[in-house]
Design a protein around this ligand. Structure first.
Ligand code: HEM
Length: 529
């Protein structure tokens, strides 16, 4: 379908609806010329239409997301698989979104890269964001995940430092792997994620051919108030998982910086709706001393042999946004956005994230970002939180006494809802601490992941790490080699050999350049004699 057919399809309007107007609705008869004194003369301040047009243009942008600024989005639905056998999860969670078979819930999804700015290349070696907003009958639920199943750090207090070190240098504004590896070499919990990101898994081919994961550990709560620990995973259903080598990514980047946005948009326009299956892993809600890692540590995979994937439903994306800014740029996802039957775990990253999202969105989009259609629940909202910039929700008080904006009241207004099940009330008996978890085990799964790669993936990993580390100072290189060797002897050794070879090649290049320069200067010198 060409772009113009597409525009025509979307523009089914009344005859008068195609008239250009101001934002006040007044017809515009001349959109080519400002008013001036004489046709060459100076403009005047009463050029109201012009001043309105330009000043609105001046404000077209909102701050980009501090991370995940580059993204694409689509609408669709989530459908539960149902009641049969192990697919019945109703004894684990009372969340209505998971009850019954064939139940559909509308969703909006935004995919993204993490580090680059709004228009940065989508071929970046970077995790991909995979954020899903479920518009459930109990209000909105956001599952804000990534493509990879783990993360770089396990404590939220390190997030700003980690991001600063990955983003461009504050002086030169240039990306600098030395800053990144300086941070990583002193944060060994990042090794596992670095191993994925520097392998071909660090550049998914596009958004349709990648997995998704909630990464952090959540809880499900049933009618009795009992909880289990949960991890969420999205698996592509009608597309193969595909990653790019560095060379393939560079070839795409030479032609376009938007291949993933284009791929998603065109697939949906052509009716090739991408689908993912939602799987959960379930663990009892305790410390699991038998494991060599802490279940709340987001740098670890939960082994699938012990905690099998349970498929609970599928998601289909079947509609492109009608306006990028309104729906994708202003979309606001957060880990605090849960519904009854879903809960937080004590995962320290999740707890930190949960404050951060709505905090940044009040700044990025504005106090009333939840009133925007893309963020508002598709159900009744009965809140007494009102006012603030750009507030407009008349239906808040529909059918209620509009004078009552507080609760409790005997004069009307909103009443507390009836609670469906028992509260989940975890018990704590510990002193307040500022300490790392006990079972850090930074190397075990890193080694497992390295050994699980195919030979070509290992080759890519070593080559990509060599490229990035070869510009770093020797003490950073050595520290990284030491870490990787602890994870797997071969991993560390191959990286060391590769770095040594690069150093030798650079030295040889340097020596031959020096020799060539010397030869030139000698011949010039001779020429003068
Ligand atoms: C976006 C904070 C860890 C996935 C964001 C944003 C912030 C943020 C401030 C921008 C939100 C906006 O402007 O709307 C944090 C903090 C973290 C953390 C403080 C750790 C303490 C993670 C992890 C994941 C993740 C572990 C993966 C599971 C995402 C995604 C987005 C995002 C997918 C983009 C959402 C969208 O498409 O709008 N994060 N983040 N973040 N974060 Fe995190």
């Amino acid at each position: 379908m060409n772009k113009h057919d597409d525009v025509e399809k979307k523009m089914k309007m009344d005859e008068n609806d195609d008239m250009l107007t101001t934002r006040q609705g007044q017809p515009i008869t001349n959109n080519q010329n400002i008013r001036t004194i004489g046709n060459r003369g100076p403009a005047t301040l009463e050029n109201y239409d012009f001043i309105e047009k330009i000043s609105h243009f001046d404000r077209e942008r909102v701050p980009e997301r501090v991370v995940h600024a580059r993204g694409a989005g689509a609408h669709g639905y989530f459908e539960t698989y149902g009641k049969a056998g192990d697919k019945d999860v109703s004894h684990y969670t009372r969340a209505k979104v998971f009850q019954g078979a064939g139940k559909q819930t509308p969703v909006f999804v935004r995919f993204s890269t993490v580090i680059g700015g709004m228009e940065s290349p989508e071929t970046a070696r970077d995790p991909r964001g995979f954020a899903v907003k479920f518009y459930t009958e109990d209000g909105n639920w956001d599952l804000v995940g990534n493509n990879l199943k783990i993360f770089f750090i396990r404590d939220a207090i390190k997030f700003p430092d980690m991001i600063h070190s990955f983003k461009p240098d504050p002086v030169t504004n240039l990306p600098d792997p030395e800053r990144m590896f300086d941070f990583v070499s002193q944060s060994p919990e990042a090794l596992h994620m670095i191993t994925f990101v520097f392998s071909p898994w660090g550049i998914p081919a596009n958004y349709r051919q990648m997995q998704g994961s909630g990464v952090n550990t959540y809880k499900w709560v049933n009618e009795q108030g009992e909880a289990v620990l949960i991890k969420y995973h999205w698996e592509p259903l009608n597309n193969e998982i595909k990653n790019l080598t560095q060379k393939e990514a560079e070839e795409i980047q030479a032609k376009t910086v938007s291949h993933a946005t284009q791929d998603l948009y065109e697939a949906i326009e052509n009716g090739e709706y991408p689908e993912w299956e939602l799987n959960v892993q379930i663990m009892s809600d305790d410390e699991h001393p038998e494991l060599d890692f802490d279940p709340l540590d987001d740098t670890k995979l939960w082994p699938q042999e012990q905690f099998p994937f349970i498929p609970v439903g599928k998601m289909v994306l079947n509609k492109n946004p009608e306006n990028y800014f309104d729906e994708v740029e202003q979309a606001a996802f957060g880990t605090g956005v849960l519904v009854d039957g879903l809960d937080f775990s004590d995962d320290k990253m999740l707890q930190g994230r949960t404050f951060s999202y709505s905090d940044t969105q009040r700044h990025r989009v504005g106090t009333n970002y939840l009133q925007l259609p893309i963020n508002a629940p598709k159900k009744h909202v009965g809140s007494n939180q009102h006012g603030g910039q750009m507030s407009y929700r008349t239906e808040y008080t529909k059918g209620k006494n509009p004078h009552i904006n507080y609760e409790p009241s005997s004069l009307g207004g909103f009443k507390e809802a009836h609670q469906s099940g028992k509260d989940h009330e975890p018990h704590y008996n510990a002193s307040l601490k500022r300490e790392s978890i006990d079972r850090e085990n930074n190397y075990g799964q890193t080694g497992d992941t390295y050994r699980s790669f195919e030979e070509w993936e290992k080759d890519e990993l070593i080559s990509n790490l060599t490229d990035a580390l070869s510009i770093c100072q020797p003490h950073i290189q050595n520290q990284m080699i030491e870490h990787f060797s602890k994870a797997d002897e071969e991993y560390g050794r191959r990286l060391k050999e590769s770095l040594d070879q690069t150093k030798k090649a650079t030295k040889n290049e340097h020596t031959s350049t020096l020799e060539a320069d010397k030869a030139v200067s000698e011949s010039q010198h001779k020429g003068k004699e």
